[in-house]
Design a binder for this molecule. Structure first.
Ligand code: PDD
Length: 286
């Protein structure tokens, strides 16, 4: 069955969807997006994703073409029209089609695109063994809190990880931890979970919030503060979090073992909590 996507009011097979070449998303990367995980056909934390979408749209001064209720209906529809119990819904809003000029067009209608594919979360082997990461300098712009489709730097950074045989980069800016190319990064030291503050240097992750809620519920001590490079390099545990990775342990950093070189105890607890929480939320929504 071919994938059904939504483009500007129409549902159609992915290979038939077309956008004009002057779309500012294509020309300038002038748009924002969200990735929403769907478990058992139910979007996880949809309201939070719509809130972050609103925040990104406000930051780049694009009017939201839909209300949260309309977004919700659209996501349900795209999930229903595609196969698979667990899906990953991608939605994108660009500033629309206009003659090429950096300044905003006076009249342009937003382009709205939604697609859904299988949600591929890390398999049992990755969860058990953990993954490799490499450090890099974070050379992205200073509005990393905006979920912008201008992802050239993130693509280069991810490829840097792939070329090094690693899953992800762990980025450092001015000597402090920021995040991964498409994930947030947590550190555990002496039984304390360290989280980077939510500011303009990182994306405010929806999974990041879930992890902090679960840490609170399980009485895991948490410190939200800037994390210097030295604390990253001597961490007992390092985790990646995202809507598609969920919570994943980094077991080597720049080829050196992180802690014992195996996913740590705190990771195991939190990962199990995350799986239980997910099932509970989905059952409650059923
Ligand atoms: N990426 N930081 C960056 C730079 C990201 O791109 C993402 C998500 C995250 C984690 O956010 P969340 O927990 O809300 O997924 C952090 C998505 C999955 C992507 O671009 O595919």
């Amino acid at each position: 069955m071919s994938e059904i996507v939504y483009l500007n009011g129409e549902f159609l097979p992915a290979e038939e969807a077309r956008i004009p070449v002057l779309d500012r998303g294509f020309i300038f990367g002038d748009g924002v997006y969200e990735v929403i995980p769907v478990y058992s056909r139910r979007p996880f934390r949809a309201a939070e994703h719509f809130q972050r979408l609103q925040r990104s749209l406000d930051a780049v001064r694009i009017a939201n073409p839909m209300t949260p209720a309309e977004w919700s209906r659209l996501i349900d529809e795209i999930v229903a029209r595609n196969s698979g119990e667990d899906q990953s819904v991608y939605l994108q809003v660009t500033r629309g089609v206009a003659k090429r000029d950096h300044a905003f067009p006076k009249e342009a209608k937003q382009t709205v695109f939604v697609m859904s594919g299988p949600l591929v979360t890390p398999g049992a082997d990755k969860v058990e063994r953990g993954v490799a990461a490499v450090t890099t300098v974070d050379y992205r712009w200073l509005r990393c809190d905006v979920k912008s489709v201008s992802l050239l730097a993130n693509c280069l950074l991810r490829q840097h990880a792939v070329d090094a045989g690693a899953e992800e980069v762990v980025m450092l800016r001015d000597g402090y931890l920021s995040e991964g190319s498409s994930s947030n990064v947590f550190v555990v030291r002496n039984g304390v979970l360290l989280a980077t503050p939510k500011n303009h240097l990182v994306l405010p992750g929806i999974t990041y919030d879930v992890v902090l809620e679960l840490a609170d519920a399980t009485r895991l001590p948490v410190e939200v503060r800037p994390i210097p490079e030295s604390e990253v390099r001597t961490a007992d545990e390092i985790w990646l979090t995202s809507s598609t990775k969920e919570v994943l342990a980094v077991t080597t950093l720049d080829g050196k073992p992180v802690g014992s070189g195996k996913p740590g105890e705190v990771f195991r607890t939190l990962h199990a909590e995350f799986q239980t929480f997910k099932r509970k939320v989905m059952r409650a929504a059923a």
